[in-house]
Design a protein around this ligand. Structure first.
Ligand code: X2X
Length: 359
């Protein structure tokens, strides 16, 4: 009997030692995104999952769950679920993590990037600079593993009622906003009537006319045919919306160093793709660079001229002049002051320095 037990123990020990590292890997890693796979955000997430699968020879299988399935529609709970391991990976908007990580409200400060000479350059300077690092550290301190910044796109305005060109035009409009207090403050300050709503409920609210307007990047609202209901689009670029490729820290630690490197590189490539999709064809700020990049990797931009695509869809497209943008920036300047301490004055200052360096 003793011999038998010893033999059995030996088999178990040897078996455990001989098990390949990959045996510890899950058969599927769940990746959370809010919108559909047809958006630039969704396409960026899928591109990431595909690259990881391909480059790991099928060993690391990430499945993208669109439409807030993993948060059962409660998109602002996403960080809690990443932290507790319900979600393994995410390509998530900083907006949805900002209720738990106040520093991430930096990107949603009104007209913080929009009034820079080149808003894309300014945003890249922040995500790639000292302030971006501070944002990533804030996330890590709260229990997430930061991988890389992606991009949902600058957020524009749509509504069913009238052309919005000046701050007065938005007064009294029922605006759907994401469940983040900063957005309520911005729209209240403008005299609008903000209504908090999950993105998963927003499309039916648009169809039923429960709300007059909403704000999202073109590459997020156009695929859902929002312009069938909202005939007025105002390109005001008021808020930047980078996403973060992130991982649950325990899941991250379970990967070998080589696989961590592989995942990082895939996130960098996916971020580049997603960012190009979100910028191509919007305006001269991008100067055709994003469309050229997409073609260089065998992809196509969704549109090379969004003014035309949106107009063809029946929308009145209003591109604000610098003076009109300034009127909105002045009207919302008090919001930046009110949020300075919550976000961190040092972080805001670091972002201003990052932007100034590329001006
Ligand atoms: O809810 C939104 O507006 C969306 C889809 O852009 C985010 O998840 C922040």
């Amino acid at each position: 009997m003793k011999k038998l037990l010893t033999a059995l123990a030996t088999v178990l020990v040897v078996g455990a030692l001989a098990a390949p590292v990959s045996a510890a890997y899950k058969s599927e890693y769940k990746l959370d995104i809010v919108p559909s796979l047809t958006t630039a955000w969704g396409q960026g997430a899928q591109y990431f999952a595909d690259l990881v699968k391909e480059r790991s020879g099928g060993k690391i299988n990430i499945k993208v769950y669109p439409n807030s399935q993993l948060t059962t529609g409660k998109q602002t709970n996403a960080f809690m679920l990443l932290r507790n391991g319900t979600i393994d990976f995410a390509n998530q908007s900083t907006i949805n993590y900002s209720p738990q990580i106040p520093e991430l409200n930096l990107f949603a400060l009104p007209f913080f990037f929009a009034n820079e000479p080149d808003r894309y350059k300014a945003l890249d300077a922040v995500t790639g600079g000292k302030s971006g690092k501070m944002g990533a550290e804030a996330l890590e301190k709260k229990g997430g593993k930061f991988i890389w910044f992606g991009e949902n796109g600058f957020r524009e305005l749509t509504n069913s009622k009238k052309e919005i060109r000046m701050p007065d035009d938005i007064k009294g409009l029922k605006m759907r906003v994401v469940g983040s207090p900063l957005f309520i403050d911005i729209f209240k300050t403008l005299g609008a009537n903000p209504i908090t709503m999950a993105w998963s409920d927003t499309m039916s609210a648009i169809q039923q006319g429960v709300i007059d307007g909403q704000e999202n990047p073109i590459l997020t609202f156009y695929p859902l045919k929002v312009t069938d209901y909202h005939k007025y689009v105002t390109n005001w670029h008021y808020v930047a919306d980078p996403t973060m490729f992130v991982c649950n820290p325990n899941v991250w630690k379970s990967f070998s160093a080589a696989d961590q490197e592989l995942i990082l590189k895939a996130a960098q490539d996916a971020a580049k793709f997603q960012t190009a999709l979100s910028r191509a064809g919007i305006d001269e700020n991008d100067g055709g660079k994003s469309a050229a990049y997409l073609k260089s990797i065998g992809k196509q931009p969704e549109s090379e001229d969004w003014n035309k695509t949106l107009t063809d869809a029946g929308a009145t497209v209003t591109n604000l002049t610098p003076a009109e943008m300034k009127a909105f920036a002045d009207a919302t300047a008090s919001v930046i002051d009110a949020w300075r301490d919550k976000i961190g004055a040092d972080l805001i200052k670091a972002a201003q320095e990052d932007m100034a360096a590329v001006r």
